[in-house]
Every structure is written in C-alpha cells, then in structure tokens.
Design a protein. Sequence first.
Length: 471
Amino acid sequence: MPSKYEVLVQQVREQITANIWQAGEKLPSLREQAESSGISLMTVMHAYQILESQGWIFSRPQSGYYVAPKAEFLTQPAVHQQVQPAESVDINDFIFEVLQAGRDPDIVPFGSAFPDPGLFPRQQLTRSLSRVAHAMSALSVVDNLPPGNEALRNIIAKRYALQGMKVSPDEIVITAGAMEALNLSLQAVTRPGDWVIVENPAFYGALQALERLQLKALAIAAHPRFGIDLTALEQALNDYPVKACWVMTNSQNPLGCTLSDEKKQRLAALLQRYNVYLIEDDVYHELYFGAHKPLPAKAYDTRGMAMHCSSFSKSLAAGFRVGWVAAGEMAGRIQRLQLMSTLSTSAPMQLALANYLATRGYDSHLRRLRRVLEQRKNSYRQALHRLLPEVRINECHSGYFLWIELPPGVDATELYRRALRQKISIAPGRMFSAGGLYNNYFRFNISYEWNDRQTRAVEVLARLIKEMLPV
C-alpha cells in the first residue's frame, strides 16, 4: 500500500497532467495542502520535495511552490526491447574524435562536458594551493597515498553525515577525478567477459570503461523524465549473470533526470537481492535546483555493495582532478588497485582542497553556483524554444545539460560535423549508446552565459537543421 506522501505525489502529478494546475501557477501552500488533504505538514513537505526533484514543480524563496514549465515528453528511440545486450563495446574512437575537436578555444562549447570555469572560485583555490605548497614537507606525499588525505576524507564523511548517511572515512578512497573512482570500482568487481548493466542512453565514460576492460554491456532503457526502467532491469538480472550496475542517479548525463528517492530505494534493494554491485556515478549531486538535496542510492545500501563515486570537478575545480569513492566493502581492494596504477592522487591538490573546504566557503559557493545554473538553464530553454522550434527539449531541473531531440530524418552526427565547421560544438547522441541509437538527439551545455555569441551560434544551428530536414 502506498504511503501518504506517495499518494499526494501521484495526485499532484495527475492534476498537473490534467492541466488543473498550469505551468507557472502557484500551488497551495504547505499548510493549505496539509489542511485540505488531512495529512501532516512534514508529509506534504516531503511530497513537494519529491515533486521538485522530479522536475514537476519548483520553489521560490519566501514565496512557495510553482508548477514547472510543461515538459515535452521526448519520444523514445525505436527499440525492440528495453534490454539491449552488446557482446562488445566499440565507441572509444568516435568519442575521442568529438572530445578532441572540442578543445579548440574558438569553438562555442555547447558540446562540452564541463561547466563554465568562470563559475568556480579560482582566487580562493589559488590561495589555498599557495598555502599548502609553502607548508608541504617531504612526508606529504606519503601521507597522501591511498586511501588519500585524512583531513579531506573526514570532510567528505561529514558531508555524507549531513544527509543522514553513515559513511566512515575509512571506506573513502581519494582518486584522480571521478573517472578513476568509477574505473577502479568497475575493475574491482569484474573480470573480462562479465556482464555489466548501464543505462540507455549512458554517460560515454561508462561505455569507454566497458570497452577498455573487455566487458559486455546490458543497456537498460532510461526514460527522459523518470530514469532507468526498473522492470527491464529486473528482467536483465533474471536473464544474465550480471556482476555490476553502473548508474547515474542524480542529474543523469545526458538526460538530466534525477531518480526519485523511492526509485533509488527500489534500485538498491533489487541489486542487493541479486548480489550485484552498484557503481553509482554521482558527479552532479551538488547541482540540484530547489531546497532539497537528493540522496544517493547508497543511502539505501544495507550490505556495503554500493560504491558511491563523485568528485569536485563539476562543482568546484575541474582542473584539480580530485574525486573519491565511498567504496563499502571494496575499499581495500580499490586502494590496492590504485597503488598498482596511478599510485596516488596529487598530494598538493588534495591538501589544497582540504584547506579550502575547511573555510566553509564551499557551501556559499554552491548556493551561488546552483542559482546561476538555474537562471542560465531557464534563459537557454526560452531562447532555444524561440530559435529552434523544430526540436523538442527534455525539461529536467538540475545540472547544466539539455537533451534535445531533432526532427525525424535529421542526423545529429552529421549536424555535429556541419556545426563544427562553423566553430560550434554539440555532443551527438551516438556518443551515449553502445547500440547506435539516439542518432537524432544531442546533448547541449547551458552553463556559459547567454550572450550575442551564443545567440548567433544557435541561429547557425537552426539554419543547419532546416537545411537537413527531409524534403
């Protein structure tokens, strides 16, 4: 039987879908909803927070909750089944081509995976780096070998505790960015030829990792709004000897969607039932909009089988390349694998981050960052609806990506090549699938300030799309 907050969530969703509440319209206050529904104020607040995390509503400080702009539900690619097996993954050459092309500083970086570096507190980080550089001793390198800097691991553990999670500093391993955390986690629990679940579409880094480690992919369909299909996931777990599941639970790349708390709980329980390790890619967990910070699926792990991987690259300092994995029972194995590969994460960068995070400036920075990204996302969305009426945009309220569907017959890879000749980058959908799907989709970065340069670039994209429309 569904709980009271789940019933309210479903009711409000149905009311919005039925146009009882229009886009931009203010919802009943928490107190009004509690009185009319006959449930507690805390239950209403929990339901509203879930609706906000799913993109149905948004909050305005000192004002209340409002219905979000109406989402256009993107059509799913034509697939014969929700589970797409791939005996081998061969995607790295194309991804390398796209990433290399995006390095040109003259290119308008709509295809970039990184946020605008101007959003980061570079001066404060430089001061922290300078402080630790002067204080470093010959023992600093040894002190920062795996599992990593003790002060930094303690700070990360405390941030988990603020969300009600019990993560010991001893299970945290500091890594050279989230990609090392994810790759080491995958390597720790698999052997060549094993089956690994990924989303469809998936972050291309997951596909590259599977290709490098000679693993087989089971791509599970992900809904543009609600994320991975748990029914299809259970089917895959029944039909294949799966060893690991690599999932982005918050602000999924490229879709942008965030799983509900209820779905994260179900995901964790399902994987534990089948003894499958969860590799949770959560690099965008600080880039939520609204008042409610979403939990990771690791919060519902009861057996230490969830490896929660994240970094400071998307929220604080891309160039520092410092990430971590809260590795549960795999912490020791991951440390040994790290010692055999990269040896350790840069000691000065670990020390500088620990120094900066101790100043309490991080949360103030995050509040500003989230506010700016939300404003820019709204500006881009409005401009794209005006300048690109032929496309459909997936509306998700977090992060700095938009997932865009082109008209039928327009190939995103060809659009990418034509746009690149005009000094404009996009991330074509082919990058995010092991099976050649999403050929009429692309990912779009909205983190840079909207200005005349961006306007002209989108106008060029509009012209190119019109030229490519079937006659």
